[in-house]
Design a binder for this molecule. Sequence first.
Ligand code: 13P
Ligand code: SF4
Length: 303
Amino acid sequence: MTDAEKIVEIKRLAKERNAVILAHNYQRGEVQDAADITGDSLELARKATEVEADVIVFCGVYFMAETAAILNPMKTVLIPDPTAGCPMADMITGEQLRALKAQHPGAKAVCYVNSTAEVKAECDMCVTSGNAERVMKTFGPDEEILFVPDQHLGSHIMGLLGRQYVLWPGYCPTHAALTVKMIEEARRAHPGAPVLVHPECAKDIREAADENLSTGGMCKFARESAAQEILVGTEVGILHRLQQESPGKKFYPVNERLVCPNMKKTTLDNLLACLRDMKTRVTVPEDIAVRAKRAIDAMLAIK
Ligand code: 13P
Ligand code: SF4
């Protein structure tokens, strides 16, 4: 079967199952083409609250499918490859967060959406890279905040708001591969092109770039900017969407080896098998889901 034939079959099966296919911006281009909706973590979490389909197929990593399942306890949420995890999300456990909270009685716990359901269940608030500044502003300047698991997103927001948080030392291994030297070389190759990096990057990288944006923010920037050439410092899967939305512009990866292996585990073949066999189903134990939903709902209530 060609990719085009697989996509036709995936769409036919999705219709038969009354399923909607959501894909993160880092998914393979052909998987994005097979999806009904492509977006960043915030866009997909919002969409997950709006879908009318009986089944949600999540092409992304496990915590994203888990979030969709928490928001839709009555729907069937499927993930094509359940081993597609996020190493950053696994850098803090519920037990470790409980121990941190015990050391800081009265502090508010905030988690990046790249976290397990068990960690979300321990938190007062959730954030994504697309809304973190807006959401964190809702806390008072003197409130003690425990920010987990991404130290870099946390430090980015601290810088924007001039506040101090207790940061957990988690990080994204994919973005950690980016260096200032790579940005300098990319600038030399494409003089004048703005450099966009994700806030999951370390401080020296964020400072060497022109914009620090979520993947959805990068798509918006690309659509609205007058720049005809843009340098992209994040997982390379996003180039597919950028190019589709702004076909007249040129997008270059700051480094083409910036690949998240987990995001690439979803393929047309396992997506097709997922819809055909209706697996693997993602479920979250009810006691955890109910508590995790509070932190996600608190975030989604902030427009
Ligand atoms: P966003 O798409 O929300 O910017 O998140 C990036 C990411 O690393 C998801 O795993
Ligand atoms: Fe996790 Fe980084 Fe991959 Fe996103 S890009 S899923 S944060 S490892």
